[in-house]
Design a protein around this ligand. Structure first.
Ligand code: IMP
Length: 412
């Protein structure tokens, strides 16, 4: 595993956290490269659940270093809370480093996100209201604060004065932010240099993406997207180039979920969707919102494989389908009278796409104890083989059959 990137091929929530946790045992450095505390990665170890938002999922392995890198936007308050929470659960976080060039989510970004969403009414994006959009907007407008600015009192005062002309308001913000900067003490590094050093030493480096391909600011279902680059291209924004990445692993659930608004052609209304939601416990890690559910969407994942140039895929939560008598997949879309096998880049056109389904017999038996391909029921193997063929024969690296460490079938 020299240099590996793990990305989600759907709308996020595919189980990247538990895969990173599995791979991190052999990693020297795990780097989170995009997003903010809008993300929620759940890892279960020995029955204990760890919910991670900003901290890389490698933190649970004592010998593995972790870096929150430049492409991430950090809310110091939630990061502080997360670090304290992990320490309370007995996790040593001393190996967590934070890049000085990461952006800061300020209290006014969170307020702006909430107000803007409320004003949009029915047209709302359905954001997590964590201030993500406004923070990245300020970055692009060159008004953002970076960790470097936060840990230097003079720079902090100048930066806040620049964006908040009202003296009293600026003082209040400064007071709030100062308390929160404690979490950075002793952890701030030149992130890209840390990564270069690991690459020069030929160490195993794992890049952890947040959200999913169709939430990418450019390649997702714009404007119903997040504000960072969640595809593999985002990895290159932390100070390295595409040639530095040896392997790109795309994670996809054995079905589809989406939280927030925006097109989702295979979204199941009514009882069928509710069954999937309950079986998969599809409620947001960050906001607790019920996720919309649908069957596996082949055109979507096929498109995401291209968007990420994924070398292989990992299929997660296969066990969620264990009790279904019939399992469907979205085989293609009918769009304006034409059958298509990809996601169009025009979001409005995508909202007009209708799913064309194919049906499979369910296996109606537990896959949770399976640890090899041959240990899976025949119908489950047929289902997975169909997906693989439909995705152009892409190698399947692993299949997860439960939330616990070890409930994974490694295939290659
Ligand atoms: P924001 O990132 O909070 O601005 O939200 C923009 C869109 O991305 C909304 O539809 C959110 O529900 C979605 N989103 C953001 N983070 C995640 C995530 O980690 N998993 C799934 N959806 C997410």
């Amino acid at each position: 595993m020299p240099v590996t990137a793990v990305v989600d091929l759907q709308f996020g929530d595919g189980g990247k956290g538990r895969l990173i946790d599995a791979l991190a045992e052999n990693a020297d450095l795990v780097v989170r490269y995009n997003g903010a505390d809008n993300a929620g990665h759940t890892v279960v170890v020995g029955g204990e659940e760890y919910k991670l938002h900003l901290v890389p999922s490698g933190i649970l392995w004592p010998g593995t270093s972790c870096l929150i890198a430049d492409g991430v936007a950090i809310n110091p308050r939630t990061l502080a809370k997360e670090v304290v929470g992990l320490e309370t659960q007995g996790i040593d976080t001393s190996q967590l480093k934070i890049s000085g060039a990461a952006q800061i989510i300020m209290p006014y970004h969170v307020l702006r996100d909430q107000v803007e969403e409320d004003l949009l009414g029915h047209g709302a994006i359905g954001t997590t209201k964590r201030g993500v959009g406004p923070a990245y907007a300020d970055r692009a407008a060159r008004k953002g604060l970076r960790v470097w600015d936060l840990i230097d009192e003079v720079r902090l005062i100048r930066s806040v004065d620049r964006v908040i002309p009202d003296e009293q308001a600026a003082l209040e913000i400064l007071e709030q932010v100062r308390q929160d900067t404690e979490v950075f003490r002793g952890r701030v590094v030149d992130g890209r240099r840390l990564i270069w050093q690991a690459l020069d030493k030929k160490q195993n480096v794992l890049f952890e993406g947040a959200q999913g391909a169709f939430l990418d600011i450019d390649q997702g279902t714009y404007p119903f997207v997040t504000s960072s680059h969640s595809t593999a291209g985002g990895v290159c924004l932390v100070g390295i180039g595409p040639h530095d990445i040896d392997e790109i692993i795309g994670v996809t659930k054995a079905y589809t979920t989406r939280v927030g608004n925006g097109p989702f052609p295979g979204k199941l209304e009514g009882a069928e969707g509710e069954l999937l939601r309950q079986a998969g416990k599809e409620f947001g890690t960050t906001t607790g919102r019920a996720r919309d559910c649908g069957w596996f969407d082949i055109p979507m994942v096929r498109t995401a494989v291209k968007l990420n140039s994924a070398d292989c895929i990992v299929i997660t939560k296969l066990d969620v389908l264990d009790d279904f008598e019939t399992i469907k997949v979205v085989d293609s879309y009918m769009c304006d009278g034409v059958e298509i096998d990809y996601v169009p880049s025009d979001t409005v056109q995508y909202t007009r796409c209708q799913p064309v389904y194919r049906e499979f017999y369910g296996w109606r038996t537990s896959t949770r104890e399976a640890r090899s391909w041959d240990g899976l029921p025949t119908a489950a193997r047929s289902y997975v083989s169909y997906l693989q063929t439909a995705l152009g024969g892409i190698p399947i690296k692993a299949i997860s059959v439960g939330p616990e460490r070890g409930q994974i079938i490694w295939l290659s």
